[in-house]
Design a protein around this ligand. Sequence first.
Ligand code: ARG
Length: 461
Amino acid sequence: ERLSLWGGRFAGGPSAALARLSKSTHFDWRLAPQDVAGSRAHARVLHAAGLLDDDELAGMLDALDRLATDVASGVFVAADDDEDVHTALERGLIERAGPELGGKLRAGRSRNDQIATLVRMFLREQSRVLAGHVLDVVDALIDQAEAHPAAPMPGRTHLQHAQPVLLAHHLLAHAWPLLRDVDRWIDWDARAARSPYGSGALAGSSLGLDPAAVAADLGFEGPVENSIDGTASRDVVAEFAFVAAMVGIDLSRFAEEIIVWNTKEFGFVRLDDAFSTGSSIMPQKKNPDIAELARGKAGRVIGDLTGLLATLKGLPLAYNRDLQEDKEPVFDQVDTLDALLPAFAGMVATMTFDTDRMAELAPQGFSLATDIAEWLVRDGVPFRVAHEVAGACVRVCEERGIELWDLSDDDLAAISEHLTPEVRAVLTVEGSLASRDAVGGTAPARVAEQLQAAKERSAEF
Ligand code: ARG
């Protein structure tokens, strides 16, 4: 006969249609290790409260150990009519400890406080794994930056040439957001580190069970302050999902650049064969699939976040079954990022840059015009005038199809009396880069300092 957790007041079992809708073992089974750990901790507080004697505690823990072994080996699996992981494991416990002892464990806890706790345990663990993968991407960026300490490239705004920057500076601009994502998961953990176990269905337990003891047992900083909040809130899950989505977005922005850089027209980057794919029909093709998948998966992990947020909006306190929908989105994010990040790190670590091509393009598109304006300002010319003069230089060049450094001394003098031949000092990429030497700027010395700082930051975690 089917074992249900709530048979008493019901005349019969659930309809097949309800059972199918309600079932969650196909996704919450992965929480079985956390569920068993929660059960061990719960058994200990039942014992401390005098609700299990010494022998019963020993028998319970032994049965839970055997259950954990059988779960790990696959000997014990969820049955077709187990509603969720908690139901299945209670069945497994009763099979091992007998109905008398096995039936005692459920006192003072509810699946509502259980699931809220298990999700936090799972996500806290995963946040560390994923943060480690993110740091591998960061380290690949740092290594590439370190390998190209002086290579210039065209810096862009609006995808148009703007000002020359160092390739290392640009690569590190992708490392910092990822370092902040790791920071976010660490900050998040302080809020996730409170255990809902002991909240019961919503109102807390009347059995003298100590939520702080369970919390400590399960690696939490302490119990939640409010049992209703403990069972009903999922902002901790949503915040995890935001960080995961942000990681997806940060990778996607770099991915988009890699895809563009990898075109014939740009020709900035070459991807390693092991991290690119071919075409089934076009023999010449080598495609940046990892970058494209990163861009695609970003949409997916954003969807996971927004789906979860939509589930939460409008839910009255306390637990509602809608909350069962909190798990698949974050599980999907975890699995998606777990597959994506190592591939992405490998792609970044092995890509090679055509630094000659990048250097050649760095000064084109009049990207040194700002340098003329700022040279004039250093000479005492008001910026408004300097901007006009530099703009006039660009106009003349455009009309004649030449670059700024092609302007003759006479051309310069004709544009403005302030434009003496000395301006040519800043009409080189090297001069331009070196001049941007304030903290955070693209001057090689500053980028070297920045690289050091990024390395230290990455090593701190
Ligand atoms: N499977 C549920 C969830 O994932 C937990 C069970 C709570 N169900 C209930 N009817 N109180 O949220």
